[in-house]
Ligand binder design. Structure first.
Ligand SMILES: N[C@@H](CCC[C@H](N)C(=O)O)C(=O)O
Length: 277
């Protein structure tokens, strides 16, 4: 039986199992990720963060001496980026004295290098890179209807629906993945549904690719804020995004985004992985 030391953390209740692997000696298989993220048979989480060095990642061609966030969805699939995971990853590095906590430090992700600014109030702000908002709409469908959505790239793929009167956010059934067009999303998509509360304040629920409905999605809040800004002509500045797990603040400036919110570690332990995974 393989045993793994883990830490558990969350950002606005988007939760993660964290595995330390500085030297690239603890590769986790998709089956192991599924086991660890299982809420009844394992530890339980929306995703897994493997804490390794950029130099251990064969496909990485940036600076090798950065910490690398190797993110996996609960179903074992790999995703390019995770906004809440990035803050939790940064919290893990800080709590374990793995970085010099100065004004800022950098972390490598599959979507590129992201900057971390710890805030005096205990929250963490991160850079989220360039946000690509497509021109034409795509169609998103659930059993409750079909909507025009905005296609947004935050390093990972998103479809953002701004809801009309057809159905309210509270009434949405996200127990099944909404359908998105395969031509626009060959790798699948995270789908955000948004209600606008005022110009710079929106509310959102999300169905995440590879994880199902979650309490929060950091890249999703950036996608939602950027789509809302595009549809309404809102200029650069901050957008508050309420999610079921709390509140995040998205900064939009010249096509780039930042994200600010809480990140906490809640447990540490030893997971025992069955041999027959
Ligand atoms: N929860 C994350 C997003 C995780 C990846 C996503 N499910 C995908 O497959 O792209 C976030 O906070 O951004």
């Amino acid at each position: 039986m393989k045993s793994l030391t883990f830490t558990k953390g969350h950002g606005t209740r988007n939760d993660f199992v964290i595995i330390a692997d500085r030297h690239g000696m603890v590769p986790v298989t998709a089956a192991e990720v599924r086991f660890l993220c299982d809420r009844r048979g394992g530890i339980g989480a929306d995703g897994l963060l493997r804490v390794t060095m950029a130099g251990q990642m064969p496909d990485w061609d940036g600076p090798k001496d950065l910490w690398f966030m190797d993110y996996r969805n609960a179903d074992g699939s790999i995703a390019e980026m995770c906004g809440n995971g990035l803050r939790v990853f940064a919290r893990y590095l800080m709590e374990n004295d793995l970085v010099e906590v100065a004004e800022h430090f950098d972390v490598a992700t599959r979507a590129g290098v992201r900057r971390i600014w710890p805030q005096l109030d205990g929250t963490i702000r991160t850079s989220m890179g360039r946000v690509g908002v497509a021109q034409g709409p795509v169609t998103v469908s659930t059993t409750q209807g079909s909507w025009a959505a905005t296609q947004v790239d935050v390093g990972n793929p998103h479809a953002v629906v701004v809801l009309d009167e057809q159905v309210s956010l509270a009434e949405l059934d996200l127990s099944r993945a909404p359908e998105v067009p395969a031509e626009a999303y060959p790798q699948g998509a995270n789908v955000e549904f948004v209600e606008v509360l005022d110009e710079r304040h929106i509310r959102m629920r999300v169905h995440e690719r590879g994880s199902g409905e979650t309490m929060s999605c950091g890249t999703g809040t950036v996608a939602a804020a950027a789509a809302h800004a595009r549809l309404t002509g809102l200029g650069d500045g901050e957008v508050r995004v309420d999610v079921p797990g709390g509140t995040l603040r998205v900064g939009l400036a010249e096509g780039e985004a930042t994200l600010c919110g809480p990140a906490v570690l809640v447990a540490r332990g030893e997971a025992m992985l069955p041999d027959n995974l």
